[in-house]
Design a protein around this ligand. Structure first.
Ligand code: FES
Ligand code: FES
Length: 173
């Protein structure tokens, strides 16, 4: 068995210490050792984006990163989004605009969209499509995902947001 290496990094604001083999991928450390099962395994070949996390201010596909590369980094996963029982604007947007069906891709979508809105708070639809191109959804058209990100962008900019989804609008009456 390969010699294990101690790795320490910050995960959603808390320091974590893990012992990993040099070949271990971050997605497996998160899911199997740290019980963070929000990042999903879709393809394990860098195509689908289901495993997306934010690492030191960049979106990365955690099936492409070795855990030993994460020493002293800051990692944000979907588990770090809701605060004090309040959903993040992106989580709310995906709910309000019905940006999902099975939800398998959603943690990666939200994490990638988070990085987009950090870099471009008022993105055009074209910019959203460009930024989200590495995140695949097998269930939906992408239109509601785009609306969900637009919803969150408006909310984060402090604008009053109303859902454009007719069923959700009825629910919130
Ligand atoms: S599981 Fe990582 S990109 Fe698909
Ligand atoms: S909602 Fe099912 S894969 Fe995207």
């Amino acid at each position: 068995m390969a010699k294990k290496t101690a790795v320490s990094f910050t995960l959603n604001g808390s320091t974590v210490d893990v012992l990993v083999e040099p070949r271990e991928l971050l997605i497996h450390t998160l899911r199997d050792k740290l019980a963070h099962t929000g990042p999903h395994i879709g393809c394990e070949t860098t195509h689908c984006g289901a495993c997306t996390v934010d690492l030191d201010g960049q979106s990365v596909k955690s099936c492409t990163i070795l855990t030993v590369q994460c020493e002293e980094t800051q990692v944000l996963t979907i588990e770090g989004f809701a605060k004090g029982g309040q959903l993040h604007a992106l989580q709310e947007g995906f709910m309000q605009e019905h940006g999902l069906q099975c939800g398998f891709c959603t943690p990666g979508m939200i994490t990638r969209a988070y990085r987009l809105l950090q870099e471009i708070p008022d993105p055009t639809e074209e910019e959203i499509r460009y930024w989200m191109a590495g995140n695949l959804c097998r269930c939906t058209g992408y239109q509601n995902i785009i609306k969900a990100i637009q919803y969150a962008a408006r909310k984060l900019r402090g604008e009053v947001v109303e859902t454009s989804h007719p069923l959700m609008a009825e629910v919130s009456l």
